[in-house]
Structures are given as C-alpha cells and as structure tokens.
Design a protein around this ligand. Structure first.
Ligand SMILES: Nc1ncnc2c1ncn2[C@@H]1O[C@H](COP(=O)(O)OP(=O)(O)OP(=O)(O)O)[C@@H](O)[C@H]1O
Length: 304
C-alpha cells in the first residue's frame, strides 16, 4: 500500500544522533526494570527494540517519551536535554509516541482524533499572547474569522492525506466516532494522530499487537513507506519477521539491559540473543544439531 500523502516532514535541527539516551535506569521498588541502557537513533533511521516479555522495552519508551522519569541517566533529543520533561513538552519537541494497546478519544470522530494530533501546529486560532492567549483562542474558535477557517480547512485536507496512508481502512469512516471502529482501525487512528503532529521521531509501541496476518502485513508496508520518505522511527515489535524486514538496526533488551545491538541478521544470530529467548539448553541443542542459530525460516520464538 503506497504512502500517497506528500505532507512534509520536519527537519531535525540537531546534528546526529537525533535521540541519545545515556545510562537510563528505572527502578520499581526492588526491581530494576531498566538497568543502565544507552540508546541512540540518527535522523532517518528505523531502529527496533526487541526482547522477551518484561525485558524493559515499554519502560524505556516511557522514559524517553516523558511518561515516566528515569532514576538515573540523560535523554538528549534534537540538541536539547529532555530528561524528565513531561510528555506534552517532549511531544512539542517533536518526539511523539503511540501506545501498546492504542489510545483514541472514543467519542470523537476519526477526523477529530487525528486533528487533535495537529493541535500544537495551529497558529491562526492560537495567538501567542501572554495571559490573554487562552481567552483569545476561545474567542477566535467561536467567531471563526477567515484566517481560522482557512487554517482549519487546510488541516482537514491534511487529515485526509494522512488517512489515505491507510488505504480504504479509515477514509470511508472519517466522520464515524472512534468507539465504532474495529480494534485494528483504532490502532491506525492512533498512528494517524501521531503523524498529524509531524514528529521528528515516531515511537511505535507494538503497532501490530492484536492484529491478524493481513493487518500486520499492511502495517509493515505502511511503516516501510513512512521510513522510505524519511520518517525516523523507533519501534518496539515482537514479530521478528517485521523487525528483520524493516530495521536499519536492532537493539535487544533482556532483564533491563542491552544485550545486543547491530544489523538485523547479526543480532538474530547473536548467541546472547538466542540464549535470552531460548535459554542455554536450546542454544546447546541447536549447535549440536549443526545449526549455529535459528535461520530466517526458523525464527526466534518471539511471543505475539
Ligand atoms: N509501574 C510499574 N511498577 C512496577 N513494576 C513495573 C512497572 N512497569 C513495569 N514494571 C516491571 O518492569 C519490568 C519491565 O516491564 P516492561 O513493561 O518495560 O517490559 P517489556 O519488555 O515492555 O515487556 P512486554 O514485552 O511484555 O510488554 C517487568 O518486570 C514489569 O513487571
């Protein structure tokens, strides 16, 4: 499914890497969920984070996106220190995420859900006046002068372009409330909303969780097309086929630590990675059987 929308991507102002997290630590009581992780991503890269259940992937995402604060470590994004900053500020900086289980505004239409993502980009209806700004915004929203109407019309057109990325999945439902959508469509709407913010870095937390094979294949094509037009993406994904096909680089977490990082095939064949998924015995028996590692036809048994 081709990405037809030509809407522009924001340019990253910073020298590479776009994101650089160093020494991230997050403890929950006696449990260290993230135990000193470094993670970087350059503009235009697609990096996947994989690892067994409980490895610390979502916790790391929460730290990077401002949903949670690290106990130790620093996060630099596009040249600015965003460590411990709230999610709204991180999103304004250009780092936008989606969630493992998909979050949409159930009573808003598909179009309005996506428009919410573009809210920060409004200028005509959001005068940057101190103190009276919010009141002026309310007045402008009620009066709707031509400048506000023109901005809204342009954004609504952009929403259509973004929805077109998902083929016929969302466009015919543009005015339907999100609660009436299928699970897979709600997840697509969430990604569309993230794209409406024109993120410099898009964090996708298991975008195909709960999707069937056809839906997963479609999502793979969409992510590949986003990548092809230069979108920088950090992806958590359990489906290894997808990871292998999409990633420039793969980071493997286990027990809160980074145990491997590199090109997809190298990571897949890394004994430490195989061990993390299969345990010592499985690596031993694979070697005895003459296999160095699970092959592309015999993927690591990542959980769905
Ligand atoms: N808020 C929390 N309070 C206590 N423990 C937590 C909290 N959030 C995560 N954990 C624990 O931290 C560890 C890492 O969890 P996390 O969700 O980051 O793993 P994950 O790699 O994303 O797993 P999955 O693939 O199952 O989503 C787990 O042991 C989890 O139970």
């Amino acid at each position: 499914m081709p990405v037809t929308a030509p809407f522009p991507l924001p340019a990253a102002a910073a020298p590479h890497p776009l994101l650089e997290a160093r020494g991230l630590v997050r403890r929950f009581g006696g449990l260290t969920a993230v135990a000193g992780i470094d993670l970087s991503i350059a503009a235009g890269e697609l990096v996947s984070v994989i690892g067994p259940n409980g490895a610390g992937k979502t916790t790391a995402f929460n730290l990077i996106s401002g949903l949670d604060r690290p106990d130790e470590g620093s996060i630099c994004f596009d040249g600015a220190d965003i460590t411990g900053r709230p999610p709204e500020a991180v999103a304004v900086a250009g780092l936008v995420r989606t969630f493992q289980h998909g979050r949409v505004f159930a009573n808003l239409s598909v179009a309005d859900n996506v428009l919410v993502g573009a809210h920060r980009r409004l200028t005509a209806v959001r005068p940057a006046w101190p103190v009276v700004g919010p009141l002026a915004e309310l007045a402008l929203a009620l009066i709707r002068p031509p400048s506000v109407k023109a901005e809204e019309a342009a954004l609504r057109e952009e929403v259509r372009e973004i929805l077109a990325i998902f083929g016929e999945r969302l466009l015919p439902r543009i005015d339907q409330p999100a609660y009436s959508l299928s699970y897979a469509n709600r997840r697509r709407v969430e990604i569309a909303r993230a794209l409406a913010a024109r993120p410099k870095l898009l964090l996708l937390d298991e975008p195909t969780a709960g999707m069937n094979q056809t839906e997963t294949a479609e999502m793979l094509e969409i992510i590949a097309a986003l990548k092809a037009r230069g979108q920088t993406i950090l992806l958590i994904e359990h489906k290894l086929d997808m990871v292998m096909r999409l990633s420039d680089r793969v980071v493997v977490l286990d027990d809160g630590r980074k145990i491997a990082e590199g090109l997809p095939l190298a990571v897949r064949n890394d004994p430490a990675v195989i061990e993390a998924y299969l345990g010592h015995g499985a690596v031993g028996s694979a070697a005895r059987a003459g296999d160095d590692a699970p092959s592309a036809e015999q993927p690591l048994p990542l959980s769905a």
